[in-house]
Ligand binder design. Structure first.
Ligand code: 13P
Ligand code: SF4
Length: 346
């Protein structure tokens, strides 16, 4: 471990500002210690868009985040992912063929009344589709703002690929649950009982395999076992879990809420385990637990480890373009439209 850490320190020192290492909050501590910036997906997208100094960006996050960084940086800036297997199971729940098929089907049902929005946790191809159809990306930090924006343009929206973030966000801005339909991409059907004219939001039937593990039973357990413990969860959790929690918000929102709370506060946190463990060690004056004691970290995020980071940096300093993330020009053009519409609103 010491050897790998020394190697990374040396490479960082030699490359200086030519090298930029963004790290998502869900990354392991062994990786986060070398990140130049840490943040949620919105902050990392904004910082990638602003950074014109770095020639090499070694992205410690998952594949869709590295794609976003590539789309928002210039042609000469190179983005790498230390392990190509670091994907996102939610992003994999919507592919471009399913999306095109869904769009055709929905146009038949609703005509030209729908605007597509996609969570940034989606492939560049989906972002490009959304951008080409007038829509935008969203992150969990700006979802409400973007859903309101979408409603200022069209009477309905299609929200990809996370049904929970879509449902929680639409609910928060006043859309009733019976005005939301679920699109099932496997069967190409709309799961909805009411009259079609009532539908305002069409939710893609996708979810996060990490946040889905927080349950109503976990909430009941915490309420019974701990007096005065506040429950805070990420909006990728189900509607039922969010409704029974005290607070819900993006990764950044959770961090800030806990930071701002007085010493002695106690929190049950419903988000990724690496972040919860970091919050526990950063706030010894507060009682912090995971909402689900059997929670695992995001396994794909965790594929980026010290070894992969060291190996990736070593290949970069040797001028090899291993694990380069390159979105083709045509896809990038429309995906950038979708991303920029979001960044302008944020
Ligand atoms: P945020 O970083 O936007 O909170 O998203 C959480 C997440 O699941 C990232 O994959
Ligand atoms: Fe994807 Fe969920 Fe992991 Fe985020 S936490 S990368 S949404 S699987």
């Amino acid at each position: 471990v010491q050897e790998l850490e020394d190697m990374i320190k040396n490479i960082k020192e030699k490359m200086g500002k030519k090298l930029f290492i963004p790290g998502h909050h869900y990354q392991k501590d062994e990786v986060i210690q070398f990140a130049d910036v840490t943040g949620d997906s919105l902050k990392l997208a904004q910082l990638s868009a602003e950074n014109r100094e770095a020639e090499h960006i070694v992205f410690c996050g998952v594949h869709f985040m590295a794609e976003t960084a590539d789309i928002l940086t210039t042609e000469s800036q190179k983005v790498y992912l230390p392990d190509m297997r670091a994907g996102c199971s939610m992003a994999d729940m919507a592919d471009i063929y399913q999306t095109e098929r869904a769009w055709e089907f929905l146009q038949v049902l609703f005509g030209d009344t729908i605007l597509p929005l996609t969570y940034v946790n989606s492939t560049a191809a989906i972002k490009s589709f959304v951008g080409a159809n007038g829509g935008a990306t969203v992150t969990s930090s700006n979802a409400e703002k973007m859903v309101r924006w979408a409603f200022s343009k069209k009477e309905r929206l299609l929200f990809l690929p996370d049904q929970h973030l879509g449902r929680n966000t639409a609910f928060n801005i006043g859309v009733n649950l019976d005005e939301m339909a679920v699109y099932n991409p496997i069967e190409n059907i709309l799961e909805y009982d009411g009259p079609l004219e009532k539908v305002k939001v069409i939710l893609w039937k996708g979810h996060c395999s990490v946040h889905e593990n927080f349950t109503v039973e976990n909430i009941s357990h915490v309420r019974e076992a701990y007096l005065d413990m506040k429950i805070i969860v990420h909006p990728e959790c189900s509607r039922e879990v969010v409704a029974l929690s005290d607070q819900a918000g993006s990764t950044n929102y959770i961090i800030e809420a806990i930071e701002a709370s007085p010493a002695g506060s106690s929190w049950a946190v419903g988000t990724e385990m690496n972040l919860v463990n970091r919050l526990i060690s950063q706030h010894p004056d507060k009682q912090i637990i995971s909402l689900n004691p059997h929670m695992c970290p995001c396994l794909t995020m965790n594929r980026i480890d010290l070894q992969h980071l060291a190996w990736s940096l070593d290949s970069v300093i040797q001028g090899q373009e291993i694990n380069l993330i390159k979105v083709d020009e045509e896809t990038a053009f429309n995906a950038k439209l979708a991303l920029n519409r979001m960044l302008e609103q944020s």
